[in-house]
Ligand binder design. Structure first.
Ligand SMILES: O=C1O[C@H](COP(=O)(O)O)[C@@H](O)[C@H](O)[C@H]1O
Length: 263
């Protein structure tokens, strides 16, 4: 499968959404064990959405999760719904309930995106700059963002990833690492999001999606669609890009791309 220079796009298809979430969870735990065996800290960017949160819930059920030294994992979010702290629609709230509250984490390494009642109030631009500054504090050499080991992305039926929506202004942003998203086509209207530049800085990008309503977007993204029309096409890691789908989401893909992995 094609990708930008240095990246390959691999596809693995699981039977259904619950099995997909379990497979993503197992893969994530193994990846973090490997990363932490090689260096002091891991940087992981989480996503919201059905499979994203479902995968975190599956990690919580996985006995092998205790093999990860979670205190050495930096958790970031690739997008957030700009709502008050604790709002059930916030990606971080859902992540806490699904998994984070059950882990021994270093609170200083849990980098939630600002809330609308946070230090910048409802100033979305200031919140984006605040998060960009937090990313920069942990940046790798020659970068303004951490050296992400993995960034996870759900995908919407319209092909959006993070809060980058088709033809929406965010897909044209290159300079900042994080942007304020106004008038999001999907509620809530105010959001924060990584830009493509920050997405593509990751070593590994994993796109996780399930359901027949996303089959057309998966087909477009994996068959040469452009990232302006189908932002998931721009979800590329510089070492590896992995698409983890269920059968319904992979239903429209050309047979050559489709590699079933689950019985
Ligand atoms: O709003 C969002 O949607 C996407 C996809 O969500 P899904 O429920 O269709 O899987 C998600 O990845 C993103 O983080 C979230 O803010």
């Amino acid at each position: 499968m094609g990708g930008r220079a240095g990246a390959t796009r691999e596809l693995i298809v699981h039977r259904d959404a619950p099995l997909l979430a379990q497979a993503v969870a197992a893969r994530l735990v193994t990846k973090l064990v490997d990363v932490l065996a090689a260096k002091d800290h891991a940087h992981l960017a989480l996503t919201g959405g059905s499979v994203g949160i479902g995968s975190l819930a599956a990690v919580a059920e996985l006995p092998a999760r205790v093999a990860v030294d979670w205190k050495r994992v930096h958790l970031w979010w690739s997008d957030e719904r700009f709502l008050p702290e604790g709002d059930p629609e916030r990606n971080v709230t859902q992540a806490r309930r699904a998994l984070l509250d059950k882990l021994e984490l270093d609170a200083a390494f849990v980098h939630a995106m600002p809330a609308s009642d946070g230090p910048d109030g409802d100033d979305l631009e200031a919140a984006a700059q605040r998060y960009a500054a937090d990313l920069a504090r942990f940046a790798g050499p020659d970068s303004d963002v951490p050296d992400f080991d993995v960034e996870l992305f759900g995908m919407g039926p319209d092909g959006h990833v993070a809060s980058l929506f088709p033809e929406h202004p965010g897909v044209y942003e290159e300079e900042p690492s994080v942007i304020a998203v106004h008038n999001s086509p999907k509620p809530p209207p105010n959001r924060l999001s990584f830009t493509f530049r920050t997405i593509q800085s990751a070593r590994e990008v994993w796109v996780v999606a399930a359901g027949g309503e996303k089959a057309a977007a998966a087909h477009m993204a994996l068959s040469g669609g452009g990232r302006v029309q189908v932002p998931a096409a721009g979800a590329l890691g510089h070492v590896r890009t992995l698409w983890l789908l269920d059968r319904a989401c992979a239903a429209d893909l050309p047979p050559g791309l489709n590699r079933p992995a689950s019985p």
